[in-house]
Design a protein around this ligand. Sequence first.
Ligand code: BEZ
Length: 216
Amino acid sequence: MDQAPCPPRLPRIGEPAPAFEAESTHGVIRLEDFKGSWLVFFSHPADFTPVCTTEFLAFADIHQALRDRGCELLGLSIDSIFAHIAWVRRIEEKLGVRIEFPVVADLSRQVAELYGMIMPGESKTETSRCVFVIDPKQTVRAVIYYPLTTGRNTDEIVRLVDALQTTDSKGVATPANWRPGDKVIVPAPRTQDAAEERAKDQGVECLDWFYCRKSL
Ligand code: BEZ
């Protein structure tokens, strides 16, 4: 009996980011080249399209802010390297913005399949607007998927990197709409004894035993 094809196994939070080697606008690039840095790896549907052009301008705008946080930026679509080169040159010529980050040309779709960037129900020929935040040990730490028709909010991507880095460095969580400088969430106690200790802790502001905040 014929077996139904297995659905692709998408990278999940907490798992190793899938290794790849691919041609990019900066030459051959490998995931392992980014080891030791944070990485925002995003896909866009197609070169020379309007929403993607607005996104490239917005990604260029946050590129330095990401670098300041030890985070590299890498794009991908299933266009050719020549289309990528022509499009980034056109963006610079017409819109005055230089695209400094590399863009993977994934005509074979190998990387896009590995990262589950193609949503066949939406388009079989374009990558959706996916973002993977990958940490310096190359673990997937966050995943965002947006449809073809909605341009992403790049401020949110910087905020997400800030939140993940704060979690790692301070052992805390971050509340809804958190911004650097705001109070953070102290992880909830996981035993009765710890809950009693928490109740006595003067260094934290508790709205309830499980919901405590503090300033950094
Ligand atoms: C765009 O970038 O404008 C776009 C690309 C693919 C589908 C819809 C919009």
